[in-house]
Write a protein that binds this ligand. Structure first.
Ligand code: NI
Ligand code: MN
Length: 249
């Protein structure tokens, strides 16, 4: 059942050891690639580092991963997935078609999922949620359906939107989860823009937004101070990382 009000919210709070005092270390590797440390495990999202001019100072061999979560098959989300998976032995989690592509390149530690599904991993649970976007692998093979992820752990609960348009489905995320922070694309052209991301933050009911998918290519250049002020005008905090920077969120 879905209605307004907090009654139906499946809160992460009861999972938390001490809410509000626990933070997660998050490292930005450029574009939509973030490393999130949860209970001592390193979760890497959408690895695209070596082809990214803005991430040229990142040494790919130092990127830690116990899990690699991939939102969809486009090269700006999977470019370094296979090499990092092979070096680290990380478990790759994505939709069935992306996992098939990864398997075909010799990566065997994988977990296929699809939109709507949830699975409990050792760091917490991952729920695959709707993203409105396409998904084709770099070699042209079928990349399944683009997804976002809701990660619930003992520490915090967060939403990684992947590449997506603004969609009313995001309201469901806000109704079913208490999102402590979220990663939203803000670069426009291939995904939603800043104005839509402000509305998305409202839909998921989250005050801390980490911006992604901006500035990497000419099509997605943004005015960062303007982006921050647009979120501030909606009483929400937009957090933008320098490439290589780690913050506790
Ligand atoms: Ni994409
Ligand atoms: Mn993309």
């Amino acid at each position: 059942m879905i209605s307004n009000g907090s009654k139906n919210v499946i809160s992460c709070e009861n999972l938390r050891v001490q809410s509000k005092t626990i933070y997660m270390n998050i490292t930005y590797f450029g574009h939509s690639c973030f490393g999130v440390e949860i209970s001592g495990k390193h979760i890497l999202f959408d690895p695209f580092i070596t082809p990214n001019e803005l991430a040229k100072n990142i040494d790919i061999n130092t990127v830690k991963a116990d899990y690699i979560l991939i939102s969809h098959g486009h090269s700006d989300h999977v470019a370094d997935a296979v090499s990092i998976a092979k070096r680290t032995g990380a478990k790759v989690v994505s939709n069935f078609e992306v996992i098939t592509w990864v398997n075909n390149q010799g990566v065997t530690n994988t977990h296929p999922m699809n939109v709507g599904g949830t699975w409990k991993f050792e760091f917490g649970s991952v729920k695959c949620v709707v993203a409105v976007h396409s998904s084709t692998m770099p070699d042209g093979t079928q990349g399944g359906t683009a997804m976002g992820f809701v990660v619930e752990s003992a520490e915090e609960c967060f939403y990684f939107a992947g590449d997506t348009a603004l969609t009313y489905d995001m309201k469901l995320i806000g109704e079913f989860h208490k999102i402590d922070f979220c990663f939203l694309p803000i670069g426009d052209n291939f995904t939603m823009d800043i104005k839509s991301a402000v509305v998305a933050a409202d839909f998921v009911n989250c005050n801390k937004i980490i911006g992604m998918h901006y500035d990497t290519f000419g099509y997605i250049k943004i005015d960062k101070p303007e982006a921050i002020s647009k979120f501030a005008a909606a009483k929400r905090e937009l957090i933008l990382f320098e490439v290589g920077e780690t913050k506790s969120i």
